[in-house]
Design a protein around this ligand. Structure first.
Ligand code: HSE
Length: 426
């Protein structure tokens, strides 16, 4: 079946009964008006205790994918290889698919779009970006024009939770991470959260719906909060900032797009400063409307289930993503030709690759670390890994994307001061 309408009964095959799957099951049980019912749930561990009747469960993947009565597959598992098989088989079999699997979607966007077109089936994934915040559908429908200037968002709930707990409550990093896992915010492999991979997967999806760009997440510059430490927190606090992990996509003057995930200093008056714990927040810049701010829970069972529920409801009116920026407009392209104003912390002054900076605007050093603030060419970060080494952290300044910076041949006084100091200690 490929045409769905208000009368269509949605008979669901659900893959996964973790935090989100179970929440969805509970929500559907008390939403009879949706005309949607879970027929079978496919799970990997049959002996685990489940809060649902035993005859609902199976481990037989094919049972769901080949059942002609099942017209919707909901995929809520965290194994990307199995998810790829489930989603592609379901779409090829003419079943609608709803998924929350950002990694799967980001890494296979081109193929998944082609399958939707080839088999004329809906594939919806609002839950994959910012859980309860309807950001994808807004980018598709409301911002279906040229006015979108930029997106700047806290899109990973776990790292935001950790940063909040560590900086506001002095919780240790490891305890905060364990709490994020217990609450069901973190990925099964939490390094995906901590290292910024989950955030860059979401950025990749947002780029498609915002600008028609299909970019592999591994090609987008990203890092997480893995190298931040108390020195960075102190540095930020002294300057009146907090630190957030932010996914950014921003239109440059020539129409190309700057896109990356980096920790960022956030001023007290920024809306992003108000986003705490597992909440997400997305600031959208539009050339007419100025700034708009979307805020909501970005992780957890019920917030994610709410987005899945909205996708199910959308199936009733045969909603599909049209990929408007890709199909009806001139897709934008990514740029590597811009500059960033950053603060980079090194273990010592000797470690600083000062020639990588176009300008050093300020620096401070003691026996434990050295903070350097400067302007650096984006490609100098994109091409190297020196800034991802343990003991080095990179934090973007507010408004730190510099489009038209005129690189100078002559360095300024701070630069020579730095080089002099370096010579003295060497
Ligand atoms: N691990 C993800 C997060 C879950 O913390 O945001 C929601 O995508």
């Amino acid at each position: 079946m490929s045409i769905y309408n208000q009368q269509t009964k949605l008979t669901i095959g659900l893959f996964g009964f973790g935090v989100v799957g179970e929440s969805l099951y509970k929500v559907l049980a008390c939403t009879p008006t949706l005309n949607a019912q879970i027929k079978k749930v496919c799970i990997r561990h049959p002996h685990k205790k489940r809060n649902a009747p035993a005859d609902l469960f199976t481990t037989d993947v094919a049972l769901l994918l080949t059942d002609p009565e099942i017209n919707v597959i909901i995929e809520l598992i965290d194994d990307p290889v199995a998810a790829y098989y489930i989603v592609t088989t379901a779409l090829s079999g003419g079943k609608a698919v709803v998924s929350a699997n950002k990694k799967l979607i980001a890494e296979n966007m081109q193929e998944l779009i082609a399958l939707q077109q080839q088999y004329n089936v809906p594939f919806l994934y609002e839950a994959a970006c910012c859980a309860s915040i309807p950001v994808i559908r807004n980018l598709e429908e409301y911002y279906d024009n040229e006015l979108l200037q930029g997106i700047s968002g806290i899109v990973n709930g776990s790292t935001n939770y950790i940063l909040t707990k560590v900086t506001e409550e002095r919780t240790s990093f490891i305890t905060a991470l364990q709490q994020a896992q217990t609450e069901g915010f973190a990925e099964s492999d939490p390094s995906l959260d901590v290292n910024g991979i989950d955030a860059v997967n979401k950025l990749s999806i947002l780029l498609t719906h915002a600008y028609g760009i299909i970019a592999s997440p591994s090609d987008l510059l990203h890092t997480g909060i893995q190298n931040l430490d108390e020195n960075d927190a102190r540095f930020a606090a002294e300057k009146g900032y907090s630190i957030k992990l932010v996914a950014t996509a921003c239109k440059l003057q020539d129409g190309t797009i700057a896109a990356f995930v980096l920790p960022q200093f956030v001023g007290k008056t920024s809306q992003l400063a108000t986003v705490r714990n597992e909440y997400n927040g997305v600031v959208i810049e539009s050339s007419l409307a100025d700034q708009q701010f979307f805020y909501g829970k970005g992780a957890g069972g019920f917030p994610t289930a709410s987005a899945v529920l909205s996708d199910l409801s959308a199936l009733h009116y045969n909603y599909r993503y049209e990929y408007k920026k890709l199909n009806y407009q001139q897709p934008a392209s990514l740029s590597g030709d811009f500059y960033l104003k950053v603060c980079i912390r090194f273990k010592s002054i000797h470690q600083v690759p000062h020639k990588k900076f176009d300008i050093i605007l300020g620096w401070s050093s003691n026996s434990h670390h050295c903070h350097v603030t400067g302007i650096i060419r984006f490609s100098n970060l994109a091409e190297g890994y020196w800034w991802k080494q343990p003991g080095v952290s990179v934090i973007l300044y507010p408004g730190g994307i510099i489009d038209n910076y005129q690189a100078q041949n002559d360095h300024d006084d701070e630069y020579y001061d730095f080089v002099e100091q370096l010579a003295e200690v060497e």
